[in-house]
Design a protein around this ligand. Structure first.
Ligand code: HEC
Length: 138
């Protein structure tokens, strides 16, 4: 009789432990999937990488330079004696091939943005299109 009770008790104990273990695993699963969702939320969808048929200086190039270059190459600082806010200077750097050489980090050029991460392939493609179109002031 005592043995039967002990056996029943120990059976209950193991059953409870198994349920707890399963709950714990389930919790891990939920937490794991949350962490994954969050990582995706933070990274966001991959940026679209189709340069527009006609690249516009005002619509596309100016915002790109504003995000990545004007902090140093503005009319006040003119880092490296270059003011990219000045269209004439920008055009000169673009037409000589220096602008693309720098942003593509080609050997022999000065990698830009200085001290920062390389531009995305999309941004580089956008600049390249604009240069190939003859650096229009459009
Ligand atoms: C943190 C400041 C900083 C940022 C941001 C920056 N530059 Fe520069 N840039 C410099 C400095 C400093 C020099 C001069 C470097 C030298 O002469 O060694 C320079 C030089 C240049 C030159 C002329 C140098 C040469 O090769 O003759 C160009 C063109 C240029 N940068 C383009 C860019 C472009 C395009 C961006 C944005 C994609 C950019 N830079 C972002 C600091 C910066």
């Amino acid at each position: 009789m005592v043995d039967a009770t002990a056996a029943a008790l120990s059976h209950t104990f193991y059953a409870t432990a198994t349920v707890l273990r399963l709950r714990f695993l389930f919790l891990l699963l939920i937490l794991g999937s949350c962490a994954y969702d969050n990582a995706e939320d933070i990274a966001g969808p991959a940026p679209e990488c189709t340069p527009p048929a006609e690249v516009s200086y005002v619509q596309h190039i100016t915002p790109l330079l504003n995000r990545n270059c004007y902090a140093c190459h503005n009319s006040a600082l003119q880092s490296g004696n270059v003011n990219l806010q000045d269209f004439g200077q920008l055009q000169q750097q673009a037409r000589s091939g220096v602008l693309l050489g720098n942003v593509k980090h080609l050997p022999g050029y000065k990698p830009m943005p200085q001290g920062g991460a390389k531009l995305s392939d999309c941004d580089i493609a956008l600049l390249q299109r604009w240069v190939e179109a003859g650096t229009p002031n459009n």
